[in-house]
Design a protein around this ligand. Structure first.
Ligand code: TNX
Length: 553
């Protein structure tokens, strides 16, 4: 045996024999990069089974969360006690403290490792959760009996107030456990909003008690398109597909998310994208005597996706359903869709035309605005404000309406100039249902090319707005995952990782700290091991496929 082989054998044996002592992961690997880090090279705090979590009562849930995460990641089982009731002293503590003085921003935390203790300070749930995420990144991803956490002082807070990920559960639906996992992914990435796209042409995915046919009929489709919708001839899988989340399940997800500092914004998409609705209640459509079925194909908003008719039954329906859903979700904002509303159905429908005339509306765009305003009113009765896709700006709306812009900079700028707060979610590069490579053998996606570097280099605030001092209207950004071509949880993960990680740094870290080369280094040393630890799928060829290389061709 060669000497080098012999040496590595000895090393391997040694490593196997001492799996219990581990140094922490590097502070330099924390992702998204924290705002301020001061490394003190003096010492460390040892966290072992004798250490305990001491928490202020505001953070009881987060103490439980940390405990559970530590066991899962390292096998370390720590005891925990509320600070005002602390009886037994431990050699070392992880302290979770409420401190509204030291913490002067929303969602901020400080993490100090010094002396005997690790101390996280925050003044809200989000801040504490993010402090915990950072701390967990300092622990190894394997069973240990103790960890020496290096002395450090971190002062950290987000660049943007809105940091979101969307998931379409209509085109394909995912098990409740995966929804929770997705929320865990968001929490790791210091995101604070989960946009849950719950209704569309292809299905209705939330339990509604007042209109039960939404579930018995609207939640199911008879078949599903196979392959790309542009492929001819179209082929269908004739297995009945569907389902919906019960209210109890939704409540469970809301609770789960709240502990992790995540707000859930539900979306009920109206007045277009309504095939599932009218399949259940055809009287709400502009062709009440036609038989409608839940859509079985994709990308068909113009000819086939009939819209809601403005009639008394429809407005009663909208009020009842939106109020029923609003009661379930604590979110201040409610998403009412408003995208891709095909005007041709209203044009061809005498009832809609008479409605436009009787209500002094300018045209079909005015009618679209009327729908949005009505629903905004129903939601206001429940104390909620409205978010809609940027097409709702076709008419004049109250500026309290938040605009989710899936267009480009132009639409974002227009909305901000009109005094609306805007969430940037442009198809390029924040649609993660688009391709991340140009490899013809890559897994099927809708179209497009949004490789990792395009996401990492995305700047949510257009220069034009900065120059006009209107940059504060951009409150954040969101990655969207439409699931026409995403039929499994493995594919969801493949499409979002590592792009979601890149987006998290855009949203969280100071702009001047962003550095793609360093980000890729951290992906290798810390993040991909994390995906692997989660047993999550991811797109591995992100270095090979970049927007920059394509531009040079
Ligand atoms: C457009 S973006 C849609 C969705 C599709 C998506 C596919 C938006 C508000 N509507 O219904 O799933 O494109 O990328």
């Amino acid at each position: 045996m060669k000497l080098t082989h012999c040496r590595s054998l000895i090393l391997a044996v040694l490593l196997l024999a001492i799996p219990v002592l581990a140094t922490a992961q590097s502070v330099d690997d924390i992702t998204p990069i924290p705002a301020e880090v001061k490394k003190a090279r003096r010492g460390h705090v040892t966290i072992d089974g004798d250490a305990q979590i001491v928490f202020d009562k505001q953070f009881a849930n987060q103490a439980a969360y940390l405990k559970e995460m530590l066991v899962g990641q390292t096998g370390l089982k720590l005891k925990s006690q509320e600070s005002s009731q602390t009886i037994s002293k431990a050699p070392h503590n992880i302290r979770l403290l409420y401190d509204a003085k030291a913490i002067d921003r929303d969602e901020m935390y400080t993490l100090v490792v010094a002396g005997k203790d690790v101390t996280i300070r925050a003044k809200d749930t989000g801040g504490m959760v993010y402090g915990i995420q950072t701390l967990l990144q300092l622990f190894p991803l394997k069973p240990v009996q103790e960890v020496k956490v290096p002395d450090v002082e971190i002062r950290d807070y987000p660049r943007f107030a809105y940091r979101g990920m969307h998931l379409d559960v209509v085109r394909h639906m995912f098990p409740l456990d995966f929804i929770k996992k997705y929320i865990d992914y968001l929490a790791f990435h210091k995101m604070n909003t989960f946009h849950w796209h719950l209704t569309d042409d292809q299905g209705w995915r939330i339990e509604i008690e007042s209109y039960p046919k939404l579930n018995s009929i609207g939640s199911w489709r008879d078949s599903t398109l196979i392959g790309h919708f542009k492929a001819a001839p179209a082929r269908y899988d004739t297995t009945r597909y569907g389902g919906f989340y019960t209210k109890d399940e939704v409540r469970e997800v809301i609770r789960y998310a709240a502990m992790r500092g995540i707000n859930i914004i539900p979306e009920i998409d109206i007045p277009g994208h309504s095939r599932a609705t009218i399949a259940a209640y055809s009287e709400l459509s502009t062709r009440p005597d036609s038989t409608w079925s839940v859509a079985t194909t994709w990308g068909m908003y113009n000819r086939h996706n009939n819209v809601l008719q403005p009639n008394p039954a429809t407005f009663k329906f909208l009020k009842t359903v939106f109020q029923e859903v609003a009661e379930l979700f604590p979110s201040e904002y409610f998403h009412l869709g408003g995208d891709e509303t095909s005007k041709l159905w209203w044009k061809a429908d005498p009832v809609s035309q008479k409605f436009i005339k009787d209500h002094n509306l300018k045209d079909e765009k005015g009618l679209q605005t009327y729908f949005v305003e009505q629903v905004a009113g129903y939601l206001a009765e429940k104390g909620k404000k409205v978010i809609g896709w940027h097409e709702i700006l076709e008419g004049d709306l109250s500026t309290s309406t938040l605009i989710m812009n899936w267009g480009g900079e132009k639409e974002g700028i227009a909305a901000a100039k009109r005094g609306h707060q805007v969430i940037m979610s442009p198809g390029r590069p924040l649609y993660f249902d688009h391709y991340q490579s140009k490899d013809p053998n890559d897994s099927l996606a809708i179209h497009g090319y949004n490789p990792l570097d395009a996401v990492y280099n995305f700047e949510p605030v257009p220069d034009t707005l900065r120059k006009l001092n209107l940059d504060h209207y951009i409150i954040g950004a969101q990655g969207n995952l439409w699931t026409e071509y995403i039929g499994s949880t493995a594919k969801v993960e493949y499409m979002v990782f590592p792009r979601m990680t890149a987006l998290s740094e855009v949203l969280w870290s100071p702009r001047e700290k962003r550095d793609f080369a360093d980000f890729k280094r951290r992906l290798k040393t810390a993040i991909i091991p994390r995906y692997t630890f989660w047993k999550a799928h991811y797109f591995p060829n992100y270095e090979q496929w970049t927007a920059e290389k394509e531009a040079l061709k």
